[in-house]
Design a protein around this ligand. Sequence first.
Ligand code: HEM
Ligand code: NAG
Length: 337
Amino acid sequence: GSELKPSASGICTALLVLLHRNAAAASGDGGGGLRLNFYSESCPRAEQIVKEQVRRLYEEHGNTAVSWLRALFHDCTVKSCDASLLLETDAATGLVSEQASPRSFGMRNFKYVGAIKSALERECPGTVSCADLLALAARDGAAMLGGPSPIPMRTGRRDATASQYGEVERYVPNHNDTVSAVLSRFAAMGLGAEAVVALLGAHSVGRVHCSNLVARLYPAVDGGFEPAYGAYLRGRCPTADAREDTRDVAYARNDRATPMVLDNMYHKNLLKGRGLLLVDQRLASDPRTAPFVKKMAADNGYFGETFAAALVRMSENGPLTGGQGEVRKDCRFVNAK
Ligand code: HEM
Ligand SMILES: *[C@@H]1O[C@H](CO)[C@@H](O)[C@H](O)[C@H]1NC(C)=O
């Protein structure tokens, strides 16, 4: 009979498990070692500092907020949200920056990461990772642009000590990829068609250079474009030979109507044949994605909720945690030994 009676220690264990579960739920432990407010003790003002800096930079250069969103995508999609994207080419170590990949073409504002990092280092040296900086900056950038807010972003990511330059083209989709290719890339991060349609809503802000457009404009305007819009884009990109290697290449804004607002104008535009990239426009016609495009075009609240959840999921792709990697002092370089 005594084995059937729960022992005092058994009850204690059960209670501890329960308490632990509740604590984990309250702190929002995602299970992957990331949690809400990871820096609550080591650097209580960390998230506030990032937000202040993102706001200050947005007020000086509005496009910085746009850049943080694209940067998080490019960092996380290539294996892990580990700030490998931020490492600069270093002849001494032979490291080649992911920023030098053709897929990173058009990325900008990396020079302002240092301002955010310095503010963090002043308050808590060597504590807040560059990977978390990117995730928080993307979250706060979205809010600056009128996107969904607040987005509960878990933290605790650690920084990579190597660039994944050689893998970038394999992991980051191209402007003219098929919907199948795009869906399978995102599925590898646990993101389904609905999440993909929401995340590409980031293309409701920012710009596209002509090198990514001319194949849809010359020799003839792609039938997927609304004719007047095709004519407008030809005006933005007057020659068929836009090249990536000229510094002052021409570009078109993703969204002429509200170019600096993160909203469902992207989805409304797709329904009118105003998607700039081939992948954008394909979302509106592929049966796996088209229903979500229509639903998001009709409901900005639904777009925002889906975008927020998908951004969090993307930001948790294969993070380094615990004792893995390091916390870089300068986001551009691996720490000195
Ligand atoms: C199939 C997936 C995607 C492809 C093929 C893609 C491709 C591109 C391309 C070609 C550009 C224009 C680059 C240029 O010419 O300057 C661009 C811009 C941009 N992308 Fe994406 N993208 C994808 C998904 C995403 C996601 C998931 C996000 C963020 C959540 C994102 C955020 C942005 C932003 C904000 C810009 C504008 C950047 C600026 O104006 O500085 N993209 N993307
Ligand atoms: C996609 O565009 C690139 C240039 O950006 C080009 O080299 C490639 O051939 C295109 N792929 C397809 C399938 O059209």
